[in-house]
Design a protein around this ligand. Structure first.
Ligand code: SF4
Length: 237
């Protein structure tokens, strides 16, 4: 068995184990390439892991188009979690629509309203959640484990692609004809909200296009951060 085949088999085994031992479980998909690999594995195997995405209200139209591709390919409706409108309106009224460019605090407050609060709602009542994070993605993810104890959310967190390289991700997508966001073909290896994501140049870090005006150490949206610190969950794998 090649290293790649073993990686795929191990990942499928991790997902099978989550479905068997950790339900109810959910998968937080950003609809990016990594998350499409996991979506494909979960939906083709018809695993009882519910897939949702955070519809922040600031996503690219190409990202929203991925929802249609998933519907067509897998006959599956991704659950959408949206921010509370009153909180969005208050932030915009007080600070302006794009105040996240003004300071890290303003950026984190926007992410808290549009991502963190909806994420907490989506996770409530589950035993485990799954992410598509990879260790090689950024300086903030080098300590990632496949299975972690997420004390902040009071549940187990799985990162089944922790060991995958970017090449592995694309090998799986091509081999299995998995639908993906067309922005990946236009210089966007990492995709978030439209105003906070730009295309990168050849040779740049894969997350260089996310919040490009900030230092690499601050570049997380708060989904994996508690009280301003990156959560180093305990490995229990
Ligand atoms: S990524 Fe940008 S637009 Fe999206 S929630 Fe965070 S600060 Fe707001």
């Amino acid at each position: 068995m090649s290293d790649y085949d073993k990686l795929v088999a191990d990942t499928q085994a991790t997902l099978d184990r989550i479905a068997r031992d950790f339900t109810p479980a959910v998968f937080a998909s950003s609809l990016a390439a990594e998350d499409m690999v996991l979506t494909d594995m979960i939906l083709r195997a018809k695993l009882p892991i519910r897939v949702f995405t955070l519809e922040t209200g600031r996503l690219h139209k190409e990202t929203l188009g991925v929802l249609n591709r998933i519907r067509e390919t897998y006959d599956y409706e991704i659950a959408l979690y949206k921010p509370e409108q009153a909180a969005v309106d208050a932030y915009v009224k007080q600070n302006g629509l794009n105040a996240f460019y003004d300071s890290i605090d303003m950026r984190k407050e926007c992410c808290r309203i549009r991502k963190v609060e909806p994420l907490n709602r989506a996770l409530a009542g589950n035993r485990a959640w799954v992410t598509g994070q990879r260790r090689a993605q950024s300086a903030t993810r080098v300590a990632l484990d496949v299975q972690e104890n997420d004390e902040a959310h009071g549940m187990t967190k799985f990162n089944p692609l922790a060991d995958w390289s970017e090449q592995d991700v694309w090998a799986y997508i091509r081999a299995n004809n998995v639908p993906y966001n067309p922005l990946h073909d236009k210089g966007y290896p990492s995709i978030g909200c439209e105003p906070c994501t730009r295309a990168i140049q050849p040779g740049e870090d894969v997350r260089a296009g996310r919040w490009w005006w900030e230092n690499p150490e601050t570049k997380e949206c708060g989904l994996h951060v508690v009280d301003g610190k990156l959560v180093r969950s305990k490995s229990i794998a």
